[in-house]
Design a protein around this ligand. Structure first.
Ligand code: SAH
Length: 248
C-alpha cells in the first residue's frame, strides 16, 4: 500500500502537494479564527505542511493520515524540524474510511476527494470525525472556464467535462449537501505554477541522476510534453480551492 513512485519523483521538492503557496496556506489557517488547541484530522495529509505550520503558527494539534510512506516520513521530519512533533502526529495508512477516535474541531481533506468517491462521500466521511459545530475543509478542483470538449478536459487529467463544476456550481453543491460555505482560499495561475512548473525541474534532475531507472522513459516523455500541456490546458481551464464548510 503506497503512492506510485512517479508522484514522489515529480513532487520531490514540494512541501505542499497542491496549488496553494505557503502564503495562501497560512492565510487560510488564519482566516478560520480558531483557538490554539484546535484539534485537527487531516486525511491525505501528504508531507504534512498544513498541519505542521498551523501547529507552529496557530497552536493547533492533530493527526494526519496518508498512504505515501515517503510523504509520511517527510511529514514527521517536518514536525520535528518545526518543533511541533508533540502536537502533529502522522499515520501511514489508507484514509478511506478513517474516523478519528475522538471528535475533532477541524476535519480536512485537501486535494484527495477520491478517498470518499467524490465531494459528497468525502464530506460524509469527514463529518464522522467532526464534533457538532466543527469546521470542515475540502480541497477540490473546479473549471475556471469550461473546456471546449472532453479531450481538453482529459488533458486536464479529468475523465470528462462532467468530472468538475464551475466555481459557483461547486459552492452550490456544498450547499445542496447541507453545508454553509464559510470561507475559501483559491489557487490562481501563479500559485498553480508553484505546484506544476515546480515539478519540471524535479523531473529533469531525477532524470540526470537516474538515466537507467525503469521509469526513465516515462519521466523523459512527461518532461517533454508536460510544460506545453500544462500551459495549454490545466493553467487555463482548471481552478482549485479549499472550501471551509459548516453543517447547517
Ligand atoms: N493534502 C496534502 C496532499 C495532497 S496530494 C497537501 O495538500 O499537501 C494527495 C495526497 O493523497 C498524497 O499525499 C497521496 O499520498 C494521498 N493519498 C492518495 N490516496 C490516499 C488514500 N487512499 N489514503 C490516504 N492518502 C491518500
Amino acid at each position: 500500500m503506497d503512492l506510485p513512485r512517479i508522484f514522489t519523483i515529480r513532487e520531490s521538492s514540494h512541501r505542499i502537494h497542491n496549488p496553494l503557496t505557503p502564503e495562501k496556506l497560512a492565510a487560510l489557517g488564519e482566516s478560520l479564527h480558531l483557538a490554539p488547541g484546535t484539534r485537527v484530522l487531516d486525511l491525505a495529509s501528504g508531507s504534512g505542511e498544513m498541519l505542521c505550520t498551523w501547529a507552529r503558527d496557530l497552536g493547533f494539534t492533530g493527526t494526519g493520515v496518508d498512504i505515501s510512506t515517503v510523504f509520511t516520513e517527510q511529514a514527521r521530519a517536518r514536525a520535528a524540524e518545526l518543533g511541533v512533533a508533540d502536537r502533529a502526529e502522522f499515520i501511514h495508512g489508507d484514509a478511506a474510511g478513517h474516523v478519528a477516535d475522538q471528535p475533532v474541531d477541524l476535519a480536512a481533506c485537501v486535494g484527495a476527494t477520491w478517498i470518499g468517491n467524490g465531494v459528497a462521500g468525502t464530506a460524509e466521511l469527514l463529518s464522522r470525525s467532526l464534533r457538532p459545530g466543527g469546521l470542515m475543509l475540502i480541497g477540490e478542483p473546479y473549471w475556471r472556464r469550461t473546456p471546449p470538449d472532453d479531450k481538453a478536459a482529459q488533458a486536464c487529467h479529468a475523465s470528462a467535462i462532467t468530472d468538475f463544476l464551475l466555481l459557483p456550481e461547486l459552492i452550490e453543491q456544498f450547499q445542496d449537501l447541507g453545508y454553509d460555505v464559510v470561507e475559501m482560499m483559491l489557487a490562481d495561475q501563479d500559485s498553480w505554477d508553484r505546484y506544476s512548473a515546480a515539478q519540471w525541474l524535479n523531473l529533469r534532475r531525477w532524470l540526470d541522476q537516474n538515466p537507467d531507472d525503469e521509469l526513465a522513459p516515462e519521466v523523459r516523455e512527461e518532461l517533454t510534453s508536460e510544460p506545453a500541456r500544462y500551459t495549454r490546458y490545466t493553467r487555463e481551464y482548471l481552478g482549485w480551492g479549499v472550501f471551509a464548510l459548516m453543517k447547517r
